[in-house]
Design a protein around this ligand. Sequence first.
Ligand code: SAM
Length: 275
Amino acid sequence: MKADIVTIFPDFFRGPLEYGITRRAQEMGLAEIKVHDLREFTHDRHRTVDDRPFGGGEGMVLKPEPLFECLESMGVAPREERLAGRVKQSVVLLSAQGQRLTQKVAAELAVLDRIVLVCGRYEGVDERVADFLADRELSIGDYVLSGGELGAAVIVEAVMRLLPGALGNEASSRQESFTVDARTIDARLKISDGADSTCGSNGLLDYPHYTRPAEFRGIAVPEALMSGNHEEIRKWRRQQALEKTWRNRPDLLEGAALSEEDRKFLIGIRRDGTR
Ligand code: SAM
């Protein structure tokens, strides 16, 4: 996959792109990430990328010309081709007004050949960029940041770890929070291969994880995990995921794939409170 980031602060990405899975994905040749300095697409002495808003008001707005020129220089496929799905490319404008980034959106981006992430700044970006240059606007959450750079780094990381081979162990991304995967549904039907694969999150939050020592400052690891009994471990993990989701993100229960066993457990916690 190719990922292009357009920003007025290219150095911002020195850290985020050089660690962990994002770095590994690049080293393994799974991803090629390029950062483009928007100011290189200006034509005045001051390398101006912003201007005052029409209609008055506070702040400055990112001008459209450098952004259009920058994307034209990259050889990105025409917008009509992208929107029609004839090429697997997407141009994303980071915006607080965008559709919220979710694991599902990250998965949609991860199957593309190329993503371009356009970082806004100041009061935002001339709306012609959203209307005629970008394919979609994405927000990383309901709060306002000063620029799109953190959002672009978040998208890159969320997408890179979904590229086949990037994690090393594909099972770990299947089981994570929010992830709905066909294999976890198979696992419910008992086509499973051990405790781990039977408790994929299926749209819920992940279950809690523990490692050595078994006892730390008098706090013991839950007994079920020490039992060696796959079925007991599966059940415990699933119930913990259900309880945590119910407590922290009850909205996710609406869309989650729940078994009869899950529903009974949820009725129990709704009645008795936290178990
Ligand atoms: N005036 C805009 C509004 O109220 O929606 C906020 C502009 S913000 C100060 C400047 C830039 O930061 C935006 O153009 C966008 O690129 C980025 N940004 C801010 N919040 C964001 C969010 N939640 N998700 C993604 N990008 C965000």
